[in-house]
Design a protein around this ligand. Structure first.
Ligand SMILES: CC(C)(COP(=O)(O)OP(=O)(O)OC[C@H]1O[C@@H](n2cnc3c(N)ncnc32)[C@H](O)[C@@H]1OP(=O)(O)O)[C@@H](O)C(=O)NCCC(=O)NCCS
Length: 191
């Protein structure tokens, strides 16, 4: 927190770029990278395909309405080329968040998302006092599975037919990352 009580913007450098808040000026880049069925295939339908400027405007408005937004842009060479986010839980899930991410296809296979997840995870955990981060990856999404494994997530199980997108039934793996020390602090706070 800053002295004024406002949160610092979420800006996290990684080797080759940085993660930072989305801005309306990102619209063209967002559409260029997001409007690709191969990017959308394993994402929530909140990420439409085709992806239009109107979809980008709705996304930015959604984030603006949050006092501490749940999604950020991945910037490389000054251009937003993807996104990463943590959807925080509430109530009995308040110690946890769900991680999601996507990258424009032009940047796949260069280790970008591995570096992004490794960089943002500790920052997000500190910022929101998280003890657990959950992530889902389709069983056939090899790249995403590897990203999570390389970032230290544990494979916790398989959820059969968890999602259906564009008629494709997707089995998903559930991955978890748990900070045991932080978990003990959360539990102690109840005593
Ligand atoms: C999944 C995604 C985020 C991976 O990002 P990336 O920056 O290309 O991943 P990385 O380059 O860090 O690769 C991580 C590992 O996965 C492997 N990998 C990446 N893409 C792969 C693919 N399509 N098939 C097999 N392995 C792949 C890499 O070789 C690397 O493994 P290694 O270090 O053992 O060689 C990216 O492909 C993407 O945005 N896809 C569309 C959106 C999506 O599926 N999001 C995740 C939803 S759960």
């Amino acid at each position: 927190m800053s002295p004024s009580g406002c949160r610092e913007p979420f800006v996290v450098p990684f080797e080759g770029g940085r993660v930072r808040p989305w801005a309306t000026a990102d619209t063209e880049a967002m559409v260029r990278h997001a409007d690709n069925p191969r990017v959308a295939r394993f994402l929530s339908m909140r990420f439409p395909s085709p992806y239009t400027r109107e979809d980008a405007a709705l996304w930015f408005a959604f984030l603006r309405a949050q006092d501490d937004p749940e999604g950020w842009a991945i910037e490389i060479d000054g251009e937003a080329v993807g996104g990463v986010g943590f959807r925080r839980g509430e109530g009995e899930f308040a110690h946890s968040a769900e991680l999601g991410y996507w990258l424009g296809e032009a940047h796949w296979g260069r280790g970008v998302m591995t570096r992004v997840v490794r960089a943002v995870l500790p920052v997000a955990v500190r910022r929101w006092g998280l003890a657990r981060v959950t992530a889902y990856a389709a069983t056939v999404n090899d790249g995403s599975v590897r990203v999570l494994e390389k970032a230290g997530f544990c494979r916790e199980g398989t959820l059969r037919a968890r999602a259906i997108r564009d008629g494709e039934v997707q089995d998903q793996l559930v991955f978890g990352w748990v900070d045991e020390a932080r978990l003990a602090e959360v539990v102690a706070a109840y005593r």
